[in-house]
Design a protein around this ligand. Structure first.
Ligand code: GLU
Length: 250
């Protein structure tokens, strides 16, 4: 199977410090001899910020660009180490144009398919140091990117790993998790509050990415990446919120 695993800033770089223990625990859950994986990793801006000694998320776009460039190299260094002796990793930094221009889209698909054929694990992030439209919030985040990517590589699964257990709805005093979403409604989206702290996404953007990917035939789950077996348990639908593919893939 082909899987896209998206890891959020709050999961792997909470407060801006790269959590290598958490990242190792996630890499150890990958069944590298059986499946193909693409990792969409956030955490560049937050970790770059801390590495540069900045106390809070910069408000100026050039500062964010600089943090992204510094943090991206730290992130890749960490992935290189975690996959050492297991798999070769490759870095791809993408922007919205790579999905909207037919020529660039085809080139992206060619590159990814070749990497997967070579047994490489692509590690993907937004190209935040130059692709500023994403940074200023005019377009998307890594949740959306991972949805587009899952479609581009015809993935079987998209797992959106975050720091909450899934999508919750109000239920008296104890909100309850929705285990399966077949059709995302405007009411569900309206229940999402705010954005995450250091990353750009939030539950709303995860729901939208999940909707888009499931509509193009991908199994999607939003799961808590802190769970010790987040990836296999998410795929077995034991945890998280699951979106079945719309074309009847099973
Ligand atoms: N690309 C950003 C980063 O690596 C994160 C964007 C997002 O949170 O979706 O810091």
């Amino acid at each position: 199977m082909r899987l896209v695993i998206k890891v959020g800033t709050s999961l792997i770089a909470p407060g801006g410090k790269i959590d290598t223990v958490r990242m190792r625990a996630l890499v150890d859950q990958l069944d590298l001899s059986r499946h193909e994986y693409l990792v969409v990793s956030s955490g560049a801006i937050a970790s770059g910020m801390v590495h540069l000694g900045l106390k809070e998320k910069p408000s100026s776009v050039p500062q964010m660009q600089a943090c992204a460039a510094v943090g991206q190299s730290l992130l890749m260094h960490t992935y290189e180490q975690l996959f050492f002796g297991k798999k070769v990793v490759a870095q791809l930094l993408l922007s919205n144009d790579d999905f909207t221009s037919p020529v660039r889209y085809k080139n992206l698909q060619n590159a990814l398919n070749e990497l997967l054929k070579l047994g490489v694990v692509p590690v993907i992030n937004e190209n935040d140091s130059v692709s500023v439209r994403e940074l200023v919030g005019a377009f998307g985040d890594n949740d959306e990117l991972s949805g587009l990517l899952a479609t581009a590589v015809n993935a079987d699964w998209l797992l959106l790993l975050t720091d909450v257990d899934g999508f919750y709805v109000p239920n008296g005093k104890r909100p309850k998790i929705v285990r399966t979403i077949r059709k995302l409604t405007a009411e569900m989206e309206a229940l999402c509050d705010g954005k995450s702290n250091l990353g750009r996404g939030g539950m709303r953007s995860k729901l939208r990415a999940a909707k888009a990917a499931s509509e193009s035939g991908v199994h999607v789950a939003i799961v808590n990446g802190r769970h010790p077996s987040a990836i296999p348990s998410g795929m077995e639908r034991k945890i998280g919120t699951y979106f079945p593919p719309h074309d009847g893939k099973s």
